[in-house]
Design a protein around this ligand. Structure first.
Ligand SMILES: Nc1ncnc2c1ncn2[C@@H]1O[C@H](COP(=O)(O)OP(=O)(O)OP(=O)(O)O)[C@@H](O)[C@H]1O
Ligand SMILES: [Mg+2]
Length: 540
């Protein structure tokens, strides 16, 4: 029989439960974020530890603390007059009779015994990574325990996901880990806007030795393609891009400029001017604008405000510096023997289940990242709408689009309250999974993201945050926010995160899975669970 760490003395469903810590439980084995179970006759409750406190039954004891030599006195006091309590927040309960895991609707009785959760408890709640559907993917371990915390990849891709934490906490590593899981288990196809070239080929790992880790293309050469805006930079890092991205000015839609409004400090009259040019010159609007020599005359011909036109011209002129904008950019594609645009090629890969990593190389300005990500996403999204409608029309399983997850870093630049209302990323986050497209947003400043968008996120993975606004922002719309806030405030500075939402049965703190040689081996194994099932069937 395992040993209990304490007993429940009081509490409520709303406030949480108080556990008196057993005298022989070493206090330093208890931590906030620890995962414990309370076993009762009908139900087992699973809880997160949210706080720990010291008490004495008589304040005089504190005035005359026992000396080190008074061991007998200390032992008596420990059993009788000094004690510690821990706050537990019950998250789910297991009904013994039915075996179902359900939300908590009651409380355990007085003196119910509390135990450390076991490996079996954890597997039952978070799923077994070896289960044959392959949907449970291990992202880490609970605090101080050898066990696997898995996320349900199928549920994860049903809604958008957010990964938050301040700089250096391991967001990019976690994101890469989850993307590797999605690619390995084939639960979605991903489109990654890789601002700092950290996902495709390799990335630097901080710390002793300054070593490199493998990127997704290196791990899954046949399942990932690199589209590069800066092929020279991709080559310098040891591989050539699968597709070199080129665009023509005609590919830039006025809506794409909307997303740059804040970044370029564009007045709304300048955006209106862009629409005026668009009405007259259609898809050639940008070419026409950039070719102007007399802006005043041009403004007059449109009936626009000359200052707005001048501002728009000045701010968009920098697009000319990007060498990937070519006068007419519809390259011949040998694979399909016809001229295809970059977007057509991207869509072909995505529909075949091949993941796309868009590398920005040395074009790391926010301006470039926002513009290109918006241009691509807007068009891929409309292709997905068409694909979904085709499927709904034919009801033919073969037409069903693969779920697409679009990964962006610095998400607050895309989804701040002003941008979220007007841009394609806001649309995707709000419409949820209607068209098989969801977002994976990575950000260090969640308070900059529109509140409504944050509350639409299905799953949140939150590493350490120190700004109070950021903490408040990520917990918007979550049940148990105050209990989770205390857990969040005690996370380590690195490789620890609170996972909550749609892809896990209850909120939990994980020690992130190490992204190393062992991980590469696990995700590169070619035998799938279905294969194992088949082999077993054939053998017996
Ligand atoms: N799962 C992991 N496995 C191995 N190392 C990790 C892991 N998570 C974090 N690290 C270490 O922490 C460092 C910082 O992680 P990462 O680059 O993911 O931070 P970040 O949150 O993306 O920071 P920034 O906001 O500055 O981009 C890594 O270089 C690596 O050394
Ligand atoms: Mg990062």
């Amino acid at each position: 029989m395992k040993k209990s760490i304490g007993t429940i003395t009081e509490g409520s469903l709303v406030e949480g439960l108080t556990m008196k810590v057993a005298p022989d439980t070493a206090l330093d084995t208890l931590k906030t974020g620890k995962f414990v179970s309370i076993i009762c006759a009908e139900n087992t409750f699973f809880c997160l530890m949210t706080d720990i406190a010291l008490h004495v039954s008589n304040p005089d004891i504190l005035l005359y603390p026992p000396t080190e030599k008074e061991t007998l006195l200390l032992s008596i006091l420990k059993h009788r007059s000094m004690y510690a309590t821990a706050q537990l927040k019950p998250m789910v309960m297991l009904q013994k009779k039915s075996g179902d895991i359900i939300p908590v609707k009651t409380v355990p009785g007085h003196f119910a015994k509390v135990f450390e959760a076991t490996q079996q408890d954890i597997a039952m709640i978070f799923g077994d990574e070896y289960e044959k559907s392959g949907k449970f993917f291990r992202i880490g371990a609970p605090l101080d325990m050898e066990a696997s915390i898995c996320i349900d990849l199928e549920r994860l891709t049903e809604r958008s996901t957010g990964i938050f934490g301040k700089t250096g906490t391991g967001k990019t590593f976690l994101t890469r880990l989850i993307l590797a899981g999605l690619i390995h288990r084939k639960k979605a196809v991903t489109l990654i806007f890789d601002m700092h070239s950290e996902y495709g080929l390799q990335a630097r790992k901080e710390g002793p030795g300054n070593s490199f880790i493998k990127g997704l293309k290196t791990l899954f050469p046949d399942r990932v393609v690199i589209f590069s805006l800066d092929p020279a930079s991709t080559r310098r890092r040891g591989a050539s891009a699968d597709v070199e991205i080129t665009f023509s000015y005609q590919d830039v839609h006025v809506d794409d400029i909307m997303s740059l409004q804040q970044e370029l400090n564009l007045h709304s009259t300048a955006v209106e001017a862009a629409y005026l040019i668009n009405t007259k010159y259609k898809h050639q609007w940008l070419e026409v604008l950039l070719a102007q020599t007399d802006l005043k005359e041009f403004a007059a011909s449109l009936g626009a405000h000359p200052e707005s036109i001048a501002a728009l011209y000045r701010k968009l002129k920098r697009i000319e510096r990007f060498p990937f904008f070519k006068a007419s950019a519809v390259p011949y594609n040998a694979a399909v023997q016809r001229a295809t645009s970059v977007i057509d090629q991207m869509m072909e890969y995505l529909l075949r289940g091949v993941n796309v990593c868009v590398e920005f190389g040395n074009y790391t300005s926010t301006f470039c990242y926002l513009l290109i990500s918006n241009m691509i996403t807007r068009r891929i999204h409309s292709e997905y709408i068409a694909q979904t409608e085709k499927f709904l029309g034919s009801q033919n399983k073969g037409d069903e689009p693969t779920k697409l997850m679009i990964c962006i870093e610095e998400a607050h630049k895309f989804l701040n309250p002003a941008a979220a209302r007007q841009t394609i990323f806001g649309t995707i986050a709000r419409e949820m999974r209607k068209y098989y497209v969801s977002l994976l947003v990575v950000d260090q400043r969640p308070s900059g993201i529109d509140q409504e968008i944050i509350s639409q996120l299905g799953t949140k993975i939150v590493a350490q945050l120190s700004d109070e606004h950021d903490i408040q922002a990520v917990l918007t719309g979550t049940a148990n926010a105050s209990a989770l806030r205390s857990v969040l405030s005690t996370l380590d500075t690195k490789k620890q995160a609170l996972v909550l939402g749609h892809a896990v049965a209850m909120p939990v703190v994980v020690q992130t899975r190490e992204y190393d040689e062992t991980f590469y081996r696990d995700v590169q194994s070619v035998v799938t669970f279905k294969d194992i099932d088949q082999i077993v069937k054939e053998l017996f």
